[in-house]
Design a protein around this ligand. Sequence first.
Ligand SMILES: Cc1cc2nc3c(=O)[nH]c(=O)nc-3n(C[C@H](O)[C@H](O)[C@H](O)COP(=O)(O)OP(=O)(O)OC[C@H]3O[C@@H](n4cnc5c(N)ncnc54)[C@H](O)[C@@H]3O)c2cc1C
Length: 467
Amino acid sequence: MRLQEKGEINMHYDLTIIGSGPGGIFAAYEASRLNPNLKIAVFESGNELSKRTCPIDGLRIKSCINCKSCSIMNGFGGAGAFSDGKYNITNDFGGTLYEYIGRSKAIELMKYVDRINLEHGAQNVKLYSTSGSKFKKICLQNDLHLLDASVRHLGTDINYIVLNNIYNELKNKIDFYFNTTVEDVTFQNNTYTLKGNFDNTTSDKCIISVGRSGSSWMEKVCKNLNIQTKSNRVDLGVRVELPSEVFSHLTDDLYESKIVYRTKKYGDDVRTFCMNPKGSVVNENTNGIITVNGHSYEDPNLQTDNTNFALLVSKHFTSPFKDSNGYGESIAKLSNMLGGGVIVQRFGDLIRGQRSTYSRIENGFVSPTLSATPGDLSLVLPKRILDGIIEMIYALDKIAPGTANDDTLLYGIEVKFYNMEVELTENLETSLPGLFIIGDGSGVTHSLSHASASGVYVAKYLYERNA
Ligand SMILES: Cc1cc2nc3c(=O)[nH]c(=O)nc-3n(C[C@H](O)[C@H](O)[C@H](O)COP(=O)(O)OP(=O)(O)OC[C@H]3O[C@@H](n4cnc5c(N)ncnc54)[C@H](O)[C@@H]3O)c2cc1C
């Protein structure tokens, strides 16, 4: 930022990092910790943390106005800045980093990231664990599978404090260029050149960590640099919202439970995802497509009476149709077309084949935390996916009675898009020497802890390689 203010961006760095989400931040943090003399620059399309504000105020601006750079998804902290801040320490979900660096290394680095978070403001946040949990047996007895994980839930509020503290520590050691999109990366004479609306910047090494929002850019860069990619999966489903008491026996003990159910009808796996005790359902805008998500706060004053979580089914296409994300986008667009955004439906209405209406929602015993359009999700979701979700709701009702209540709210649709998988070595390096692709942009990770750990891994690897 210092240089940009002086209009002097025409620099050579030891290391450039594109994107300041968790992957980029932890790469920068670790690289500068290991070698304080390293000249590092971070380029970020969005704003610095304190300037990240979404214009939706519920009064003058009620819905997304598609800002040039979305303050929710872009800027210091990346897509994770206003996230629920759930750092899951596990190889069972959140990415496949372990396939590259090994299971024990992946866990070691996720624990290291956890320690950095504790040192930067999360010291009072409890770590929950499924290890030895009685719910494993209860789940198995009901045809459900509880996945292993430890989770530190920072909450949106503490997550912000941690990020702010990390930024304050880094800002005088590293050159941050905010509101500066890198448009292209080229490689010549063992040097990387970053191009955009600024004078060219060169570096010996480059780490790309552009997350989900940088997926089409990433695809273009891979094509230009001749780096191979392959299609990934898309996860589709709904967000369930119900009174927090229904799941409190699970959430009090585990906070988040990732539960998998294999449907009897099709043999598809349906899983719970991103559980938010006493949380709120929120809109998510991915490149203009409005989908649903959820979060919660650590601060009891900001909590609600409801718990929400997603129920998702994965779809992976290979040949002749390969565009899994395109499929997910089309279904999300359909819900946007019918509902003008997110649709909400009572479970009882879905089962009876009728759309929900404002009065049916108002008369229900669950007050929605998101203002969404009452409608009919069966007109949006493919039958196979919807049947799986309904089966799963009845299965969950056995371990958390009340889940299949008529008034349980289903919001649609929730989509988890994944970037295409980039061909990388076991050290997350591309076929070009010194060019690394980490975090969600690589298709390898899709969580805060995996993305952060991938950044730490590459910084450590580069340090050891040069030592
Ligand atoms: C609402 C929400 C809630 C979530 N909750 C959780 C949770 O509780 N737990 C969890 O594990 N995960 C959660 N996630 C997912 C998590 O946020 C991501 O997995 C994580 O942020 C990925 O980190 P990343 O660094 O790979 O990418 P990102 O966080 O997406 O960061 C990428 C950054 O790169 C920048 N960028 C993109 N292209 C360019 C370019 N060309 N030039 C310069 N900069 C560029 C972007 O502006 C962005 O800031 C949530 C996501 C959302 C959207």
